[in-house]
Design a protein. Sequence first.
Length: 95
Amino acid sequence: MQFKRRLAQLNPLSISGCQLLLDARVTNSLFTDTTELVKATDNVQVGRWKDLSGNNRHCDTPLATNKPTLKITSTPTLNNVPSVYFDGVNRKLIF
């Protein structure tokens, strides 16, 4: 429980030189395509993950075969928190 409180108090933007901030809990920063027309939902492939640092270093992949999957309530999530699942083979985002 103490770890969760400390994590909640952490503000990554307060870190000097923060260049990229990705947070799967901010689900409106995840899209199915690079044009940001369709927001990603549970168990759907992610084509763009928007940079929350304000530096516009968004992570993209236009290829369907390379898109990771957003996990909000479907398995596997990480500690019941939304996560982006990469298979370790060909799923990747480029910034």
